[in-house]
Design a protein. Structure first.
Lengths: 247, 509
């Protein structure tokens, strides 16, 4: 019974995550940027813009300029999260790719550093007056969500081991739509595992309707993704051109 | 006004504690119906303003990717929270860039997102009430659209875009700002922000020719409406009469004279400033900018050069090509732009900043200077926000920082920098930009100048600086007004071309 509920939950969460995110991205793509507004000094060509964007994505360059503590906590959290996510690929692939097997131990310990990152970000939100002022309940809940996911995952890694082979069987079954040909595997029971999976499903579902949109949003930010070439190339938008036709 | 005093300097780099409600109030003077209607806005707050404001917001979210993405992506990380000069000067938490954005984001979430419709409290969403509208009028006129916050935001969220959208919505429901909208009306009617008509302008220029002749013995001309001139010169109208602006105007004329450049001003288009940007209205921005296109076409000029003005240079550099075709690289079948671009000489940047022009001439050896003429000055340079973060000069990123400094060093012997965390792209706004240069906001302007005054005081104390050069008409006007309140001599502020004017050698080449 639990397996069926989780199966339905994960299909639904995946649908919301994929459709929701694609919809958001399509809105960003469709919405015109009528004027050139890169924050200067900005790269003067596309190659430079790609480099600037990579520095933002991988190094959090602007945040580094803004505040070292926030940068350190934020970068630690995100880098750890990335490692943890990549490590989890082993539960969705058979055979496991070599590089995924290689990062396995790092990914496990990244769960711990991820927890530190979340804790530091949360502490900042609670103890720094300015950040406390701008925080909404959802900002705290988001951190709580990541904390529960990280904690429950760590508990399963280090304290109360779960039957990961069975979990993998269940996940592969979901991916292969195994219930159609009735060789599906059930999810092993365990409250920690249930909490972990449920929170991950929640995270996937709220991704396209919350501030988690900062991940795709960055790539569409005109102040970062535009090249500084306004004198050399005439930048236009459909509705801006329309005004020219009118007079 | 006697009660307006300068706030105490901080022990840098202390981040101020919050003082909730410190800048509560009703904001700047509201535009009357005459001013509003001249721009096609409703004369006063309309019936059904609530629905119209939400509809306008929806329209803007569909027209500006910046607004849409910026409303969605903020994670409340607080990177920007201590970066705004108005926050530093007033300590009002609503002047933290993120909190200012949230004044609008809370409405966006309530009316345009699912969580905000279902669980408003949870995500900080709220209904659009009359109180919110008043709060917008107040706090979106405590932002000078200087973009300092956008430098530090990990997603590049630019509060200026949000402020512009808010002002646009306020205008669309009949709740505009008197200062900016009155000025835009004057440009449409007369051709410049000051409402200086052609004959008065001609008088002023003739007077200047006499002054310079008396001063130097040389016939430096200030031509106006000369058809077939090579350069059309567009400068902020404050340059025609305000102190110290006029000294830079004299400097430009001397550079053109010394290099034998044929140039002209235009009486129809005698304004570089474009307050259409401040109110975030594309149509007004475009309409004001089109006067320059018209003047260029009528006078048949080959080049367009722009005088010392911060936001004007942002509009010219970043937007003119889009709005008016002044620039390069239009499609062959783009008739509107090609009409002008065929006429312009593309061996030169179009448009060109007067600092680019002067520096080119210096590099080519076309100008010579008596640097000792500036020896009475120990000079520092204030990067104007719109030039620093919204434009460029020269052929590489950051040229907007080097070129004005190069000119200063070429015409004077004593140059020192202020604290690097307050220059280049990290520069602080003067406190009077973005449509706030009005006496009804003087208290805000004085407080907003605090971070610049602190570091100026440092170089004054430690290195004896007695002149702060800048390249913006608003900076010049703002500083001459607020610096005495901080105990500085108002004559400490001046333009880069004022220094050029002091040192340039005329009639020797």
């Amino acid at each position: 019974m639990t397996s069926i509920l989780f199966a339905i939950l994960f299909y639904f969460a995946t649908l919301m995550f994929v459709v929701g995110t694609i919809y958001r991205i399509s809105v960003y793509t469709r919405t015109p940027a009528p004027l050139k507004i890169p924050t200067t000094p900005a790269p003067i060509n596309t190659g430079g813009v790609v480099l600037r964007m990579m520095r933002e994505v991988f190094l959090f360059e602007s945040l580094f300029k803004a505040n070292l503590w926030t940068w350190a906590a934020g970068w630690l959290f995100h880098a750890s999260l990335a490692l943890v996510l990549l490590r989890h690929l082993r539960y969705f692939t058979e055979p496991v790719w070599a590089w995924v097997a290689f990062i396995q131990p790092f990914g496990t310990y990244a769960g711990i550093t991820m927890l530190f990152g979340v804790a530091a970000l949360w502490a900042r939100r609670i103890f720094v007056e300015r950040i406390r002022y701008i925080s909404t309940p959802s900002d705290h809940l988001m951190l709580a969500l990541f904390m529960v996911i990280a904690l429950s995952g760590l508990v399963m890694s280090f304290i109360e081991h779960t039957d990961v082979v069975a979990v993998k069987g269940f996940m592969l079954g979901l991916m292969n739509i195994a219930w159609l040909h009735s060789d599906s595997q059930t999810l092993p029971s365990g409250i920690v595992l249930y909490v972990h999976l449920f929170m991950v499903a929640v995270l996937m579902m709220i991704f396209p309707i919350s501030k988690l949109l900062h991940a795709p949003g960055l790539f569409f930010s005109p102040s970062r993704n535009q090249a500084d070439d306004s004198r050399e190339k005439r930048h236009t938008s459909a509705w801006g051109k329309q005004l020219e036709a009118e007079n | 006004m006697a009660d307006i005093a300068a706030p105490a300097y901080r022990v840098i780099p202390i981040i101020p504690a919050l003082k909730s409600g410190a800048m509560d109030g009703s904001g700047p003077y509201v535009a009357n119906d005459k001013i509003q209607e001249a721009l096609g806005f409703p004369g006063h707050l309309v019936e059904g303003w609530h629905d119209r404001a939400i509809a306008k917001m929806g329209e803007l979210l569909g027209k500006y990717r910046s607004l849409k993405v910026y409303m969605d992506t903020c994670v409340h990380c607080g990177a920007c929270s201590d970066k705004c000069h108005y926050f530093i000067g007033t300590q009002d938490p609503k002047n933290m860039p993120v909190a200012r954005q949230d004044l609008m984001r809370s409405i966006y979430r309530r009316y345009f997102t699912l969580p905000g419709k279902l669980f408003p409290k949870l995500v900080g969403a709220r209904d659009l009430t009359r109180e919110v509208l008043d709060e917008w009028h107040n706090y979106f006129h405590q932002c000078s659209e200087c973009r300092r916050c956008s430098v530090f935001c990990p997603y590049g969220i630019d509060t200026a875009e949000v402020t512009m959208a808010a002002r646009e919505i306020l205008d669309s429901v009949g709740y505009g700002q008197k200062y900016s909208n009155e000025i835009i009306g004057k440009v449409h009617k007369i051709g410049n922000n000051l409402g200086l008509p052609g004959p008065a302008l001609r008088d002023t220029l003739e007077g200047l020719e006499e002054d310079v002749k008396e001063d130097t013995g040389i016939d430096v001309r200030f031509p106006i409406d000369v058809k077939g001139a090579e350069v059309l010169f567009i400068t902020p109208s404050a340059d025609f009469f305000a102190e110290p602006h006029i000294d830079s105007l004299i400097g430009y004329a001397k550079v053109f004279h010394a290099t034998g450049t044929s140039w002209t001003l235009s009486s129809m288009s005698s304004e570089a400033a474009n307050f259409g940007m401040f109110i975030g209205n594309y149509e007004q921005l475009r309409k004001v900018a089109l006067r320059i296109r018209q003047a260029a076409l009528e006078l048949g000029v080959k080049r367009i050069v722009v005088g010392e003005c911060g936001h004007a240079w942002r509009v010219a550099y970043s937007f003119w090509n889009t709005l008016t075709g002044v620039g390069d690289g239009a499609d062959q079948d783009d008739k509107f732009a090609m009409m002008l671009q065929k006429q312009l000489d593309h061996r030169y940047k179009q448009p060109m900043h007067v600092c680019e022009f002067t520096w080119d001439m210096i590099e080519q050896g076309a100008l010579s200077f008596d640097k000792e003429a500036n020896d009475k000055h120990i000079i520092t340079f204030h990067d104007s926000c719109n030039v620093a973060r919204g434009s460029r000069m020269g052929g590489y990123p950051g040229g907007q920082f080097d070129i004005p400094r190069n000119i200063i060093k070429a015409v004077a012997n004593n140059f020192v920098e202020m604290d690097p965390s307050t220059t280049h792209e990290k520069t602080f706004c003067c406190g009077g930009g973005g449509g706030l240069l009005t006496d009804d906001l003087l208290d805000l302007r004085v407080k907003g100048a605090l971070p610049r005054m602190e570091v100026l005081q440092q170089v004054v104390d430690e290195q004896g600086v007695n002149f702060m050069a800048c390249i913006c008409a608003i900076c010049k006007a703002q500083f001459t007004k607020v610096m005495p309140i901080y105990g500085f001599d108002r004559r400490m502020v001046g333009g880069v071309h004022q220094l050029v004017s002091n040192a340039i050698k005329l009639g020797e080449k």
